[in-house]
Design a protein around this ligand. Structure first.
Ligand code: ATP
Length: 311
């Protein structure tokens, strides 16, 4: 794989905790790359090593065939997991200030401020102080400051946390546009459904180690179409006891059934339709959530998050 950004054997230990363990990762140029894994998997530590906020105990971060250096900060847009902006500044001032830190002339930043605020539905707050914004609005503002210098590569740590479905959609569309413009986007999330809907490539991390990576298509194809996406009206409690159904995962608006024998899918459909109205019954590859459970074990993840399917 052509690695635009490459991590070669990076490791970071905090006391007794091996947060990141000999991790290799290769992010191709121009793609959306999702780093997924449960809380505490090592995603933030990995991103901080890419950003040179933390120095790896061993291993290397290579960008465009060179070790990252001081110039990297001007070509990367980084959204940290802990958000925070200067609360007493106005939105305009904060964008201008942070843009200039990336060595873009103030006049150029000024031209970009209004279109970005409009796009994020924050235009009317332009001259208000940051503290007047809700948490979700501050997050959108921070997203703007991440992108204002038009970075080549964008690294977003837990991008969607704290956003409502409308704003998730807004940000998702910006990310898809950035990809169309040839930018490379690496983001981390513990909500696997988000990665599934957005990424070209994924890397699954558990306890500091990579457990799986590749293009989303390759990863999914490897698992075959042995699952069912099911949408019904009514209570799905009975699904667990259907013969031929190995496992039932309850997502927000649908169920995913893992079948022990796909040749029984017609029979399973009939049994379900006898009890409830079936709105959708489709054979699919397993979701990333269930693939993760297969490779890392059920105790590695929390149940699917409610609302995650809205992405
Ligand atoms: P989350 O989704 O919860 O943000 P994560 O995948 O980003 O999780 P990290 O924040 O990288 O995970 O943490 C990985 C492990 O390293 C955890 O066990 C965490 O407690 C530990 N850790 C992270 N930073 C430090 C630190 N500065 N000192 C000590 N331990 C740390």
């Amino acid at each position: 794989m052509n690695g635009y950004l490459q991590l070669q054997g990076i490791t970071k230990q905090f006391g007794d905790t091996l947060a990141v363990d000999n991790l290799d990762l290769s992010v191709p140029q121009g793609c959306i790359y999702g780093m997924i894994g449960p809380n505490g998997a090592g995603k933030t530590t990995t991103i901080r090593m890419i950003m040179n906020i933390l120095v790896p105990d061993s291993g290397k971060v290579i960008f465009n065939d060179k070790a990252t250096d001081a110039d990297f900060k001007n070509i990367v847009g980084y959204l940290p997991e802990e958000r925070g902006l200067y609360k007493k500044m106005t939105l305009r001032e904060v964008i201008l200030y942070l843009g200039q830190l990336k060595e873009v002339p103030g006049k150029e930043i000024e031209k970009r401020i209004e279109p970005w605020l409009e796009r994020m539905n924050l235009g009317e707050y332009k001259n208000q102080k940051v503290e007047a914004l809700s948490k979700g609005m501050q997050q959108k503002l921070q997203f703007i400051t991440t992108l204002i210098h038009d970075p080549e590569i964008i690294i977003l740590d837990e991008l969607f946390s704290g956003l409502d479905p409308i704003n998730i959609e807004l940000i998702k569309n910006v990310i898809l546009d950035l990809k169309k413009q040839g930018r490379t986007i690496l983001f981390s999330t513990h909500v696997m459904e988000q990665a599934e809907k957005l990424c070209d490539y994924i890397c699954m991390i558990n306890r500091g180690k990579k457990v799986l990576d590749g293009s989303l298509k390759e990863v999914k194809d490897n698992y075959g179409k042995n699952s069912i996406h099911l949408e019904i009206d009514g209570d799905g409690a009975f699904l667990n006891s259907l013969p031929g159904v190995d496992q039932v995962t309850n997502f927000t608006n649908y169920f995913e059934l893992a079948l022990s024998d796909v040749s029984r899918s017609n029979e399973i459909l009939r049994a379900i339709a006898e009890k409830v109205t079936v709105n959708r019954f489709e054979r699919i590859s397993p979701s990333l959530y269930n693939i993760f459970i297969q490779v890392a074990g059920a105790d590695a993840v929390n149940p699917p998050e409610k609302g995650a399917a809205d992405v």
